[in-house]
Ligand binder design. Structure first.
Ligand SMILES: Nc1ncnc2c1ncn2[C@@H]1O[C@H](COP(=O)(O)OP(=O)(O)OP(=O)(O)O)[C@@H](O)[C@H]1O
Length: 288
């Protein structure tokens, strides 16, 4: 079990009055190659990134730039071809499948575009599922508190099918937080929601960071969603192409357009079926 956020933190994740703790997640020279030889695709070309505790990071980039691969490698769902991923300062790259599964259940929270709730379980049972799978005591009081925090205190006994999409995603957020994970990975969490509901869900992720000290990493295509984060990091052609701190939607959208047109300029250069698969190194440097 890794260290927990048990002491005061600023919104940026710096601890007050304690020696610096390791970041929630760190990627060191992470590369991911798909396939071999001529047809090989370099999905990640050597990513170095630190995700501080208590921070909210959005990951953006053109289609095919490596966002999903990044998320999968950072969350221990996929193994980098080389390089290292550290969770709470511990390298996870060489762990066995079994240890990785345990670690994902107990130390990482997930929020998906399609909610991924179990339809036969009640809302509360869904929230408690990560504790159940991790073989921990199921903390019903905590589940109720989290459901109240996401505005679903009255719905604990319902089934997911009786809830709206936005409500289901709020259940998923409560579920992601129940184990007090070191980091929550959210993959297009607002992709299936209307604008207003999306804002509510983003507000909840923001609150989880600000009030619970959670660390959130969110892949999104939406500049407005990204502007809820403390920082947006941009990927282009498998490499980091810059970062924006305190992002506003317009600046994010402008940068994304620039990266997307640069990537489109490389299209067709041999990356096997990816609209924006280029051969360059994501050289569009933006404000870091
Ligand atoms: N299983 C795979 N086998 C071969 N190539 C893959 C595989 N998965 C991804 N790729 C390639 O790796 C590159 C990065 O893909 P990835 O899905 O990470 O991009 P993305 O930024 O998430 O794209 P999108 O926004 O379209 O979801 C692309 O060139 C893609 O075609």
């Amino acid at each position: 079990m890794g260290p927990r956020a048990e002491h005061p933190q600023t919104a940026q994740g710096q601890q007050v009055g304690r020696p610096a703790e390791p970041p929630a997640v760190e990627l060191r020279a992470v590369r991911r190659l798909y396939g071999r030889g001529e047809g090989a695709v370099q999905a990640l070309r050597g990513i170095d990134l630190v995700l501080p505790r208590g921070s909210f990071t959005a990951v953006m980039g053109p289609s095919g730039s490596g966002k999903s691969t990044f998320l999968q490698c950072a969350a221990g769902l996929d193994r980098p071809t080389s390089g290292e991923v550290l969770l709470g300062g511990e390298p996870i790259t060489g762990l066995s499948e079994r240890r990785l599964t345990e670690l994902r259940r107990s130390r990482i929270g997930f929020v998906f575009q399609s909610f991924n709730l179990l339809p036969s379980l009640t809302v509360q049972q869904n929230v408690l599922l990560p504790q159940r799978l991790a073989g921990r005591r199921q903390d019903r009081r905590r589940a109720k508190e989290l459901l109240a925090q996401v505005g679903l205190g009255e719905h604990a006994g319902r089934r997911p099918g009786q809830l709206s999409g936005g409500q289901q995603q709020r259940v998923a957020i409560a579920r992601a937080l129940i184990t007090e994970p070191e980091v929550v990975f959210a993959d297009e969490p607002t992709g299936a929601l209307d604008t207003r509901t999306a804002q509510e869900v983003l507000g909840l992720l923001r609150r989880a960071v600000d009030t619970l000290g959670a660390t959130v990493v969110m892949v999104t295509h939406d500049p407005v969603a990204a502007s809820h984060a403390d920082r947006v990091v941009f990927l282009a052609d498998g490499a980091l192409a810059g970062a924006l701190h305190g992002p506003d939607p317009r600046t994010v959208a402008d940068l994304l357009v620039r990266l997307t047109s640069a990537a489109a300029g490389h299209a067709g250069s041999g990356h096997g079926g990816t609209a924006y698969g280029g051969t360059g190194h994501g050289g569009t440097a933006v404000a870091a």
